[in-house]
Design a protein around this ligand. Structure first.
Ligand code: FDA
Length: 308
């Protein structure tokens, strides 16, 4: 219930304005967001990679409503990738993109605008010696995002995608994408979806996650386990050994600021761990989804409004 309210709030322009301009939210936001500018992002990449972690950088921005906004997001990624290569960070850090920030939702030609923008980002990633992963947004965007993935993989075969276990369709998508060279991040899913397309019960979502993970681990692609759930992490390690995958033939991914100790513990065990690291000033939607995932975060957030 609370999580549904927060997910609705994540789409509210009015709340966005109030939360984003309230100064006392900053320390709470900083727990989940690496900073507002490129310098902050690169500094965080250096810190995380020095600790044996790898990174996927997300320039925050979503639901862009005009072409100029989409171009600005694309250019922010191009500037980032321009820096990653020369700084020698291209082996440890890749980028994640939300196609809604690249124009996917534009009424006219949204799909094509997003494809043209993200293609340039993939070209820049090749030059920087790294890769791009397409985040997955709400269910109305899945067909378009997977079609864009198919197009991109013709020239940039290492482009990755995200699949969400809460969607009924995902097990089938896993079968199609569990092929050599294909990188798939499996997550539970972070949007409010109707029962016509998605499991509503957490246990059903977890069971679906395990079924999907089995398909990915058994297949020929590169599974990326995007979860903080201790039970799923254990199951992933069991499945990896059952299907003869050594560490490095799959990876764990977690969000910046969440279960940091577990990220380090897995690295110590010899696992590859990638930290999804968002940066930029448009943090509202991302931040609200993190609150929705865990009511304790909301209490922490509300406490920040109480003067000490
Ligand atoms: P679950 O929510 O059951 O959490 C397990 C445990 O992890 C909790 O008990 C708690 O300890 C900790 N935890 C989880 N979330 C927390 C939070 N917000 N704050 C503090 N602790 C928390 N979704 C999507 O729809 N599209 C996408 O592209 C992505 N991309 C993505 C990348 C990566 C690297 C990750 C890890 C996740 C995503 N997600 C996503 C989000 C995903 O769908 C899901 O909402 C969250 O990962 C929470 O689910 P868990 O699997 O972590 O389990």
């Amino acid at each position: 219930m609370l999580s549904s309210i927060l997910l609705s709030a994540s789409r509210s322009a009015r709340l966005r304005q109030i939360v984003a301009t309230t100064r006392c939210t900053r320390p709470v936001v900083d727990r989940f967001v690496a900073g507002e500018d490129l310098g902050d992002a690169l500094g965080t990449v250096r810190e995380l990679t020095a600790a044996g972690l790898t990174v996927t950088l997300d320039y925050l921005g979503e639901d862009v409503t005009d072409r100029a906004g989409a171009t600005a997001v694309r250019d922010a990624y191009l500037r980032l990738l321009d820096m990653l290569g020369p700084e020698g960070l291209g082996t440890g850090a890749e980028v994640s993109v939300k196609l809604s920030a690249f124009g996917q939702a534009l009424e006219k030609d949204g799909h094509d605008v997003a494809l043209a923008n993200v293609r340039q980002v993939c070209q820049a990633a090749d030059v920087a010696g790294t890769t791009v992963t397409l985040d997955m947004e709400d269910h109305t965007t899945v067909d378009s995002t997977l079609a864009i993935l198919d197009d991109l993989r013709k020239e940039h075969p290492a482009t990755g995608a995200v699949l969400q276990s809460y969607l009924y369709r995902t097990e089938e998508d896993c079968h199609r994408l569990a092929v050599p060279g294909s990188r798939v991040r499996l997550v539970k899913g972070a949007y409010r979806e109707p029962s016509s397309v998605a499991y509503q019960d957490k246990h059903q979502v977890d069971l679906a996650y395990v079924r999907c993970l089995r398909v990915l681990m058994a297949g020929g692609g590169y599974p990326m386990i995007g979860s903080h759930d201790p039970r799923l992490i254990r199951i992933a390690q069991d499945l990896a050994s059952r299907y003869g995958r050594a560490a490095g033939e799959y990876e764990f991914q977690m969000l910046y600021g969440i279960r940091t100790d577990e990220q380090h513990r897995l690295v110590e065990q010899g696992e590859r761990v990638r930290v999804y690291t968002p940066y930029g000033s448009d943090w509202y939607g991302y931040f609200m989804r993190r609150l929705a995932e865990r009511p304790a975060n909301l209490a922490f957030f509300l406490r920040s409004f109480v003067p000490s």
